[in-house]
Design a binder for this molecule. Structure first.
Ligand code: ZN
Length: 159
């Protein structure tokens, strides 16, 4: 039994916050606004897995109204969702993500992000594809006001 899930997220940029992508600290400033650490890539992967499991979205499980989620590392959310997956007897076949970001250039971070996610999710890094693109200077993302991420995941039931 195979299932597929899709996740999308976007966060505004904020000068005086750290930028985390896939659990990796990318820069100490020009990060993203959010209740948690605002790791837009992890949020899109969480939603993709929750979608495949048909268990709602990240906001239902880790509300931004809940004080205990304030400034929380998003890797904690992803680890909990990996536990849901395991509890339902599923495993990840592969994850494919695209980060849409004008700055910084992510070319040299993609491999590191892949390894970071591999250790958070405890799956082989070959199952995780991280791609990056710009928004061709169009709209809010193109004007460096936001970073977005799209993820798709395939899961299979263990028999
Ligand atoms: Zn988010």
């Amino acid at each position: 039994m195979y299932k597929i899930g899709l996740g999308y997220d976007i966060h505004r940029k904020e000068k005086n916050r750290k930028l985390y992508l896939g659990g990796l600290l990318i820069s100490k400033n020009n990060g993203l606004t959010g209740h948690s650490d605002a790791d837009v890539l992890i949020h899109s992967i969480c939603d993709a897995i929750l979608g495949a499991l048909n268990k709602g979205d990240i906001g239902e499980h880790f509300s931004d109204k809940d004080q205990k989620n304030k400034n929380k590392k998003s890797s904690i959310f992803l680890k909990k969702i990996m536990k849901f997956l395991k509890d339902d007897n599923y495993e990840i076949c592969n994850v494919d993500s695209t980060i849409i970001c004008e700055k910084p250039k992510l070319k040299f971070y993609k491999k590191k992000i892949q390894n970071s996610l591999s250790s958070i999710m405890k799956i082989d890094s070959n199952k995780i594809s991280i791609k990056a693109t710009t928004h061709e200077k169009l709209g809010e993302i193109g004007n460096d006001k936001a970073i977005a991420s799209k993820s798709i995941v395939l899961i299979k039931e263990n028999v």
